[in-house]
Design a protein around this ligand. Structure first.
Ligand code: ZN
Length: 128
């Protein structure tokens, strides 16, 4: 299944992986330094563009710290699927709203995080 709406590039995935493999907020420069280990040809501009793309799509969060903007994994709302084989973290469509959750648990849910693990389609197809 391919989604036309969102092109998921290798760079985008790599940048998201970097953000998600860190417990702390990262600046774009730090993400860039990390990204260059994997993709020596990546430019700072590409890193910036992809970081902002991820923020806009709600995959990662960003916060201004003094003069610098930092990025960190999204603490809530989105459902993620982590592949146990390739360790990629994919966003999965999961239409569950805090209002629905609030009804279910009987308390006011303001945020939630759903993390699933399993084997992604790519790894599944590699299995023989
Ligand atoms: Zn996988």
């Amino acid at each position: 299944m391919k989604s036309k709406a969102s092109r998921w590039t290798k760079q985008l995935q790599a940048i998201m992986d970097i953000v998600y493999s860190n417990e702390f907020n990262l600046t774009a420069d730090e993400v860039y330094a990390e990204a260059r280990k994997k993709m020596p040809n990546i430019s700072l501009g590409t890193v910036y563009r992809n970081l902002h793309k991820l923020v806009l799509r709600g995959y990662i969060a960003s916060v201004q710290k003094g003069q610098v903007q930092t990025f960190f994994k999204h603490p809530f709302t989105n459902a993620h699927f982590e592949c146990v084989k390739c360790k990629r973290i994919l966003r999965v469509p999961f239409d569950l709203r805090t209002t629905d959750l609030s009804k279910k648990v009987g308390m006011e849910v303001t945020n939630f995080e759903l993390r699933m693990t399993g084997i992604c389609k790519e790894c599944e197809s590699k299995c023989t």
